[in-house]
Design a protein around this ligand. Structure first.
Ligand code: ADP
Ligand code: ZN
Length: 720
């Protein structure tokens, strides 16, 4: 009798042993169905010596039911799953589940049914049917997904199928993706670009693990260069994974990709519809998907022949996942490349200090692109000291910035105003009694969105309409806005430049690929004079007419004691500055600040990146912060405040006594109430040499937490 260990998708159970029935062939990595009590569960066959399980006598073992028709997970992927679970103190099963991201993919290929509008439009319609006709235009998906999009019940939609308004479509899940052509449109590279690309292709040819930091100023052609690496991997018939920080930004990328390789890449992100997800997953596992462009979750997919990983905008915070398995996709990408024995390219104009340090230490090979493509020069950067040159009363843009915007408008050039704050104003008060609108579920103010006439919490999504009277004192029309959000800046631009064509770019306004596409096309054509946006506008775009960037409030990100506040501010402003003067016309950047002397701002104004990295390095070294020391956080949360506090105190009361580890707290977390859960936090600062994870595991392993309490461990946390 053969006995196998199976990792089942239940964190509490972990691994269980099963008997392999006569005639069933399994190997490590096989995806199987097994009985558990009265249920059936999916699991992965694992090497018994690598996962502990309860010792069950052979006579008590139950038999596996089925091997699913998907390729077994490679050894390299199983090692990656173990590594991730171990490093981030997460259950192995929780990590493994990210690999089988599409439950339905396990059913195998074949066909499935989707639905779409037939185009019939009868004269008389119920309001619900009219709504569905309106909202489902151009959509094709399962009935359940269509019901979500249209906001009507599945029953209504089935009725519409009966009435001939919606029709079924048979979709072939196995239909292949079009093949990319490595030689479709080969660009002529500059000498510097060719040298960089040569290093990547050489490394692909010689094989093996090779981590690169592609450090190139904005507009230097980093994308063109790693496209050549992709072309080489395609010629070798290997799969390529490109991780992008925000899927909202891929529109522009997709067009460039198609221009270079003749076909679009395969997309992977959380809002893929179920059929497309199933199709992509199968093509990835079978090796027919060649180039996959995805958000961080694409990292754990079971590629059949992965040959290259690229992490673009590698410094971006959105590579850090902040719930479930709290991993950093940038770091795990390097580990995956190591297990797969392939090259990995981290591309950025403003690499994280950790990446710079690893390059300096010789762990990463640094590849530099020092010049902008096509002779474009980097923009000149100047500060506006708001104390010396204040905006007019009730305004947020200083006279010098306004004057420069006027000049751009007169010359037919574009300006971009950057403020990383959605909505109209960050805080709304009653002008009579000072009542502040606060989220009932979170430690946060409600933000007024004037265009949608709502007050919204940016943490939990809670929304209310703007009340007609103050809930506290009853004064009518009482709201006053405090401080600016992008919507308010848009209002100001409409007042000072009434003839300008403006575009407001935030996740509230640009929330579909179509809208993003329309915006990009308009901006590229020069059909927009002033772009006003949040961090959404800071990266990736290339607008030839854009010659002025105004940073409305550079101090915003520097407030609050976040470990990475300085670095993030530097990166954001450097990235948004990089949008200016990318073509033939020179660019100019004006940074509004109250602290022009702050090291971050001074380094930006001087165009001295090394000065910033040096200052930041010293500050981090002094604080024992990464990359010199390490941080971890333990977050204890519960809907019951006393329970959260008491548990956090109990954990704190048994803190380990370790010479290389300092423990701070517990204290209320910065978001002390989030989505209706009270949160307490312990911070752990460790020397690099300390076995941080082992210490935490041993420490927390001694507890039995109450059922309503969640204890999350965050290794290398981003936000404190
Ligand atoms: P980065 O990612 O470094 O900011 P991009 O790859 O976006 O730079 O390049 C900036 C612009 O210059 C893009 O419009 C790109 O198409 C163009 N470009 C860069 N290198 C070349 C090249 N060798 N040939 C033609 N166009 C190029
Ligand atoms: Zn909230």
């Amino acid at each position: 009798m053969e006995r196998v260990r199976v990792l089942v998708f239940n964190a509490a159970l972990g691994a269980l042993d099963y008997r392999v029935p006569e005639g069933m062939a399994v190997e490590p990595g096989s995806v199987v169905v097994a009985p558990l009590g009265p249920r059936q569960i999916v699991g992965i066959v694992w090497e018994a010596e690598r996962l502990a399980a309860k010792d069950v006598p052979a006579s008590k073992l139950r038999a596996l039911l089925e091997v699913l028709p998907v390729p077994p997970l490679h050894t390299s992927l199983r090692r990656l799953i173990e590594w991730t679970a171990d490093y981030y103190c997460a259950p192995v099963s929780a990590v493994a589940r990210m690999t089988l991201a599409s439950g339905s993919a396990l059913k195998g290929g074949g066909t499935t049914t989707e639905y779409r509008l037939t185009g019939e439009e009868p004269a008389r319609l119920t309001p619900q049917r009219a709504q569905a006709l309106d909202l489902l235009h151009g959509e094709q998906a399962t009935i359940r997904e269509l019901s979500e999009i249209a906001g009507v019940s599945e029953g209504v939609l089935r009725g519409m199928v009966g009435a001939g308004l919606i029709e079924p479509v048979t979709v072939d899940i196995d239909r292949p993706y079009p093949r990319a052509d490595a030689s479709f449109a080969v660009p002529e590279l500059t000498a510097g670009q060719a040298e960089a690309a040569g290093l990547f292709t050489q490394s692909l040819r010689s094989g093996g693990f090779a981590p690169f930091l592609l450090d190139g100023v904005t507009g230097s052609g980093k994308t063109e260069v790693y496209f050549e690496a992709i072309a080489e991997a395609l010629r070798q018939d290997r799969q390529i994974l490109v991780l992008l920080p925000e899927i909202a930004l891929t529109e522009n990328f997709l067009r460039r990709f198609e221009h270079r390789f003749g076909v679009p890449p395969v997309l992977w992100h959380s809002s893929l519809k179920s059929t497309e997800r199933r199709r992509a997953w199968r093509a990835i596992a079978e090796g027919t998907a060649e180039v996959v462009v995805g958000a961080r979750s694409a990292l754990f997919l079971p590629y059949a022949r992965l040959g290259l990983i690229v992490v673009d905008e590698a410094h971006e915070v959105s590579f850090k996942q902040d719930d479930g398995v709290r991993y950093n996709a940038r770091d795990v990408a390097v580990i995956r490349a190591r297990f797969e024995e392939i090259p990995v390219v981290l591309a950025s104009a403003t690499p994280a200090l950790e990446s710079m340090q690893l390059a300096e230490a010789g762990v990463y090979r640094r590849v530099e692109l020092a010049d902008r493509f096509g002779g474009a020069s980097l923009p000149g950067i100047d500060t506006i000291d708001l104390r010396a040159e204040p905006p007019e009363r009730g305004r947020w843009l200083a006279p010098r910035l306004v004057e420069e915007m006027h000049k751009r408008l007169a010359r037919g050039e574009q300006s971009l105003l950057f403020l990383n704050r959605r909505g109209y104003a960050p805080l709304t008060l009653c002008r009579n009694c000072g009542y502040r609108f606060q989220c009932p579920n979170c430690t946060a103010w409600l933000v007024e969105h004037r265009f949608s006439q709502r007050l919204a919490c940016h943490h939990c999504g809670h929304e209310t309409s703007v009340p007609e009277t103050c809930p506290e004192c009853g004064t009518p029309d009482c709201l006053v806005a405090c401080g600016p959000g992008v919507e308010r800046i848009a209002d100001e631009v409409a007042e000072i430049l009434p003839e300008a064509r403006t575009a407001l770019v935030t996740s509230d306004t640009l929330n579909t690929p179509e809208r993003i596409g329309e915006f990009v096309a308009a901006a590229e054509e020069g059909a927009i004079d002033v772009i006003i946006g949040t961090q959404l506008v800071t990266k990736g775009y290339h607008f030839p007419e854009l010659t002025l960037v105004g940073v409305v409030d550079a101090d915003l990100g520097l407030e609050g004691g976040d470990l990475r506040a300085g670095e993030r501010t530097y990166q954001q402003i450097a990235q948004v500055a990089g949008r200016a003067g990318r073509a033939s016309k020179p660019g100019e950047v004006l940074i509004q600040t109250r602290h022009p002397e702050a090291p971050v701002i001074a380094a930006l104004a001087a165009g001295d990146r090394d000065a910033f990295y040096d200052a930041e390095t010293e500050a981090r070294r002094h604080a024992g912060a990464p990359p010199f020391g390490r941080w971890a956080a333990i977050i204890v949360s519960s809907e019951d405040e006393a329970e959260a506090r008491d548990t956090a105190r109990a954990i704190g009361g048994r803190r380990p006594n370790h010479p290389d580890i300092a423990i701070l707290g517990p204290a209320p977390a910065p978001m002390a109430l989030l989505r209706n859960r009270y949160r307490y936090r312990l911070l752990i600062n460790a020397r690099r040499s300390a076995e941080l994870q082992d210490v935490i595991r041993e420490w927390l392993g001694a507890f039995d937490f109450p059922p309503g309490v969640r204890v999350n461990i965050d290794i290398d946390p981003y936000s404190f």
